[in-house]
Design a protein around this ligand. Structure first.
Ligand SMILES: [Ca+2]
Length: 166
């Protein structure tokens, strides 16, 4: 590494390059594999990949919240809980980006919902509070019992950066 232009080289540093998805990237979870997705789960309501529900072909699989290790797409509203499903995305050299996904959520109004964020890789996630809302790409995803299609366009300012999608 070199400090500023033409300056002296600094000491060698070790940098961890995280496992990341490159664009274009699609994921239907149909074969049940994780593909670089990781979870940071509450003790009761947890993200799972399984066949309890799917918006696509019969027998497909999807990513959903479950309170029984993925057997059913059900949750407990006895105690407040936050769980994260995340993957790292490398934004390539393109003039614009599109993020689209299908979702439904039939939780308690204004209390139980999903939300999509794009966060810096080093963002300090915790299970007690949601990330800062300035990083969210969506409003609360809630109160829909039929499949919804979300379609988000991001501009060229996202070019060549790596973000964590949650
Ligand atoms: Ca699927």
């Amino acid at each position: 590494m070199e400090s500023n232009c033409g300056g002296a080289y600094s000491e060698t540093e070790r940098v961890e390059i995280p496992l990341a998805q490159t664009m274009p990237y699609t994921q239907n979870f149909n074969d049940g594999l994780m593909y670089g997705w990781t979870f940071m789960n509450d003790t009761v309501n947890q993200w799972a990949v399984g066949s309890a529900i799917d918006c696509g072909t019969e027998g497909g699989q999807s990513l959903y919240i479950s309170d029984n290790n993925g057997m059913t797409n059900t949750y407990s509203n006895y105690l407040p809980s936050i769980s994260y499903a995340m993957t790292n995305i490398v934004f390539g050299n393109f003039p614009a980006f599109n993020i689209s996904f299908n979702w439904k959520a039939n939780g308690e109004n204004n209390c139980d919902y999903g939300k999509v964020y794009l966060l810096p890789l080093n963002y300090d996630l915790n299970l007690n509070s949601l990330p800062d809302d300035s990083y969210s790409l969506t409003d609360k995803l809630e109160q829909q019992t039929s499949w919804q299609s979300e379609d988000i366009t991001l501009g060229a300012e996202w070019c060549r950066i790596c973000k964590r999608s949650i």
